[in-house]
Design a protein around this ligand. Structure first.
Ligand SMILES: [Ca+2]
Ligand SMILES: [Ca+2]
Length: 161
């Protein structure tokens, strides 16, 4: 892991956006939609103030020249765990059930699944998007759930074209 510096986290201007509270910002304006969250590993991340479906979340990332976060190594896993929230990440098995692919088309190489997860194949076939519940064990906090569920999102700015 290199240069992990969650200490550069910028101002938390939204005290109501805490885990366990159901009334996330409903302002509805794009301006209140996210804040710059942190610089880590030389990258810039955005975290949403409010909760949305996986697809809405991804669209909001793309609008910012970003995409839902890909977690490839322990440094990134540790970074995301500094926020005690539920997040959509850029991982789905929509294309082929049981084959978890990141939004950059790479296959997942890390685990970090919660115990018994992903269980979408056993419960029903609708749990096709991955969330991270960073309130749980840092090593085991990934879960598949229905893509229409509402979660916060974390995205990472893509390099300028
Ligand atoms: Ca699935
Ligand atoms: Ca699940």
């Amino acid at each position: 892991m290199k240069g992990h510096d969650s200490g550069t986290k910028t101002q938390d201007t939204t005290p109501k956006s805490r885990p366990g509270e159901s009334n996330y910002g409903s302002e509805g304006s794009m301006g209140r939609h996210s804040r710059v969250a942190a610089a880590c590993l030389g990258l810039l991340y955005y975290i949403s103030d409010r909760t949305e479906s996986w697809d809405e979340s991804r669209q909001n990332c793309l609008k910012r020249g970003a995409d839902l976060m890909i977690i490839n190594d322990r440094g990134e896993q540790e970074f995301i765990c500094t926020f005690k929230m539920f997040f959509w990440i850029g991982l789905t098995d929509r294309e082929t059930k049981g084959t978890w692919k990141w939004v950059d088309e790479t296959l997942t190489t890390t685990g970090f699944w919660s115990s018994g997860e992903p269980n979408g194949a056993t419960i029903d076939s609708t749990e096709d998007c991955a969330e991270v519940n960073t309130i749980n064990d840092q090593e085991k906090n990934r879960n598949d759930l229905g893509c229409s569920e509402r979660r916060h999102w974390i995205c990472v700015k893509l390099p300028d074209q």
